[in-house]
Design a binder for this molecule. Structure first.
Ligand SMILES: Cc1cc2nc3c(=O)[nH]c(=O)nc-3n(C[C@H](O)[C@H](O)[C@H](O)COP(=O)(O)O)c2cc1C
Ligand SMILES: [Fe+2]
Ligand SMILES: [Fe+2]
Length: 398
């Protein structure tokens, strides 16, 4: 059920975001098993009113009615754009039409992006930079540049008196359940999933942003997807590990197989890894959830990649997955590639071509003719043992 109330988070700070229970895909790519939210926040100072972020196109009226419960769209003086992606900035054109005085507050890069995507005229934009402040009377907003999380224009906004940090996508997660962190089951799993999909390729920027906010007193983290973190330590601890690339004694196995040749090799290596006490997360690409793969890439130390040869290349599903593994830039160190072919080979060379630039240390690579023989499976077991040892050594070394 959609709620049209407007919860008060702290003195003068209201939640005016919306829930999108029915959204099942993000960025035309990522499954959303629990929908998502587009969080927006209204801050009423004694002199001025600011709106932090907006909502996805299609939810403008809902946003407006929530604002109107406690104020009025006409009363907004500033619309703070922490991020220009349309799920948060998509209602800006609507609000600027309904209110002819409000200024859009963003960085220089943000201004360009807002012009590109939303045709916001220059005279409606107020450009801010790192450490700038904006007075709302009894409340002060401070801006913290946090670029590439996950677009170039991203910033955080800090509400000084209430000690709330508004971080947009950073520290966010896709679920429509709950308003606060304590109401969400599996919070860290959903956060890890989100981190893997969206933030992992920009881990270095994430680290820098975390350094920047280290000395700020934070009582609440208010992101723009999922619950508000009343207990910021939990999500901060997770992000500290994930941005540093801290991995577990864990191997992610990603594979596809048409006639079980590859699958038999995969099963063999999984068995060895489990016997050696290494955690395994197994994903058959036929029905894998991309969000789950992204989540497991965040903290795995190694990957086992399995694919047959199809038309001289990797199977198309494996091609897709290998590309994603490469661009998501997971922190893992080791890789094993298990392939099968019928007459010409090709999958292994293709896997090397795509995954080579990741710099993974290849612990084993096999290209087997048809179904694996007993001797092939023995080789797989040896590779599995070596991989388990490497993963455990790597873990012990920390
Ligand atoms: C549609 C299709 C295309 C294939 N293309 C090739 C190919 O280009 N080169 C090759 O060596 N084998 C090719 N094969 C054979 C498979 O790679 C071979 O049967 C392999 O053992 C299948 O492994 P799997 O049981 O893990 O699916 C193809 C098989 C199919 C069904
Ligand atoms: Fe985004
Ligand atoms: Fe977003």
């Amino acid at each position: 059920m959609k709620s049209l109330d407007t919860p008060l988070l702290k003195d003068g700070v209201f939640y005016v975001g919306v829930k999108d229970w029915n959204r099942r895909l993000f960025d035309a790519l990522i499954p959303l098993p629990q929908g998502t939210t587009y969080n927006a926040y209204l801050i009423k100072g004694t002199e001025k009113t600011a709106l932090i972020d907006t909502v996805n196109p299609g939810f403008e009226a809902e946003l407006e009615s929530k604002i109107n419960n406690v104020s009025s769209v006409n009363q907004i003086d500033y619309i703070i754009m922490n991020h220009a992606e349309p799920d948060h900035a998509g209602a800006i054109p609507y609000l600027l039409t309904k209110n002819d005085k409000a200024k859009l507050v963003c960085t220089k890069i943000g201004a360009k992006t807002a012009q590109t995507y939303f045709k916001v005229p220059e005279e409606r934009i107020l450009i801010v930079k790192d450490n700038d402040t904006l007075e709302l009377g009894n409340k002060t907003l401070k801006f913290i540049e946090a670029p590439m999380l996950h677009w170039p224009e991203t910033i955080f906004t800090y509400l000084v008196q209430e000690k709330i940090l508004f971080t947009c996508d950073f520290f966010g997660l896709h679920t429509a359940y709950g308003l606060y962190d304590e109401e969400v089951a599996e919070l860290s799993i959903f956060a890890q999933r989100y981190f893997g999909e969206i933030m992992m390729p920009f881990r270095g920027y994430g680290l820098r942003a975390i350094d920047k906010i280290e000395n700020i007193e934070i009582e609440m983290i208010a992101p723009s997807h999922g619950p508000i973190h009343k207990n910021p330590t939990k999500i901060l601890d997770c992000y500290s590990k994930w941005t540093r690339g801290e991995t577990q004694q864990k191997v992610i196995v990603v594979y596809v197989s048409m006639w079980k040749s590859t699958e038999n090799m995969v099963n063999q290596i999984v068995e060895v890894l489990l016997q050696k006490g290494v955690q395994v997360s197994l994903h058959n690409l036929v029905n894998a959830d991309l969000g789950d793969i992204a989540k497991d890439l965040v903290d795995s130390s190694a990957i086992v990649f399995g694919t047959p040869t199809v038309l001289f290349k990797m199977h198309p599903l494996a091609t897709y997955a290998a590309h994603l593994v490469k661009v998501l830039k997971p922190p893992m160190k080791y890789g094993v590639v298990l392939t099968s072919y019928g007459w010409s080979k090709g999958a292994l060379a293709h896997a090397n071509e795509v995954l080579g630039p990741t710099g993974l240390e290849v612990v084993g690579a096999m290209e087997v003719l048809g179904p694996p023989t007993e001797s092939d499976l023995e080789k797989v077991r040896v590779i599995g043992e070596e991989l388990a040892d490497k993963v455990k050594q790597n873990y012990a070394a920390k």
